[in-house]
Design a protein around this ligand. Sequence first.
Ligand code: ATP
Ligand code: F6P
Length: 461
Amino acid sequence: MVGLPATGKTLISQKVCRYLQWLGITTKVFNVGNYRRKLHGAHQLHDFFNPANPDGERSRREAAVEALEDMIYWFKKEQGVVALYDATNSTRTRREMLMAECKKHDIQVMFIESVCEDEALVLHNIMSVKLKSPDYKDMDPEQAVEDFKARIVHYKEAYESITEENLTYIKLINVGSQVIINHIQGYLQSRIVYYLMNLHIAPRSIFFSRHGESLYNVMGKLGGDSDLSARGKQYAKSLPLLIATHLGNSEQLTVWTSTMKRTIATAEHLTYPKLAWKALDELDAGVCDGMTYEEIEEQYPEDFANRDEDKFNYRYRGGESYRDVVLRLEPVIMELERQRNILIIGHQAILRCIYAYFMNHSHEKLPYIKIPLHTVIQLTPSAYTCEEKRFKVDIEAVDTHRPKPKAGAPKSATDANPETPVDAASDAVKQPAADGEKDCGATITTTTMSTTTFRDSAFHR
Ligand code: ATP
Ligand code: F6P
């Protein structure tokens, strides 16, 4: 990363990391601010960052070198593929040092520079993120803002924006309103560039709902293209009020469905613009499509056991694995990043994959995430976190979640003593916080609402 303080470098690093991890690429963020705090304490005032202060300069270089050494170790010993080296790296000298070290170890370098000329946005970033930093713990907020501004002034004195023609870089100016790229090579770099070009930081919510209960759900059958049950149709009718209640009055929304009858029927009463994506169709169960878990266990016992062993990678005969689904959903994620408010009416496996992207869940846990029927999930990204709310509609539906059998327990489709299902909140991939001030966790609120409650709240608006 390259850029002045409070220009979104950490947020960008974390997002790229989450995206690549979700795609299955081993990625890690090395945040030099954390090393600085560990080596020299958290309470350093602005003079520490003054380029004319030789002690500060030496200490900061020490932190940068230690982070770099750990990063190189990670590449060599832990089979790392992409590292985000999150620091200001704002001088040519620092970048030359990085390039030289990486070259020694045959590590390709691509710089991502964030330039933010919008003073108001920088101030907003300071207020919303930096004041929570351990750097300013127990300090008067006004004093902290002034100190952080003075820190930026010091960095500006020495800052050299990237212009080196021989370097591989992408420069994002004013949150991507202008993008400059130089010497981008290969698949991975192009994916990252494309991803970065789609990012925005405007406030928005993403709503998820599975289709209303289907006739196949009631019979315990997988896949198919069946209609909604009577209760599923009732759920579809309850959706417009529920969404309107939680969207906010002046907000716009687009509804995405799959191309299957049950998601399209669930969206039927919604009056927002709609788009049906083939890529959102449910995981293809191949030869098992239309069967119940019990039938699969009976007819394909080995497959059934293999799926329990490694559900993310198991591919149905003639069908798909969760890994396949993640790859086919990549364009959906890219488009989701570009968009504002979106409601996705989808399927169990599909929504697990998309939810895992936003909430940073591991591939191992992903196939067990609970996405119950007749429940709307609202995710609202904010700085480094994603707030989650769940609205459970009071219309009964079958439970289609099959938990992972306990190790050693009989792996039966009708296992009566299942392992406690994945709790979405506690399952996030535990990465060391990229910066001491950054909490990558999620806040989850669950609300059970009866249809009557929606009606009441709508009347009161
Ligand atoms: P520092 O150098 O102090 O670690 P930083 O550059 O890493 O700062 P962040 O901590 O990532 O900055 O700042 C987070 C804030 O930046 C968030 O409020 C986020 O919305 C905002 N932000 C994200 N991307 C950009 C961008 N491209 N330009 C400006 N602000 C951004
Ligand atoms: O049971 C509903 C359903 O959407 C099926 O169509 C699909 O095969 C299944 O869920 C996916 O869930 P799991 O991967 O847990 O079997």
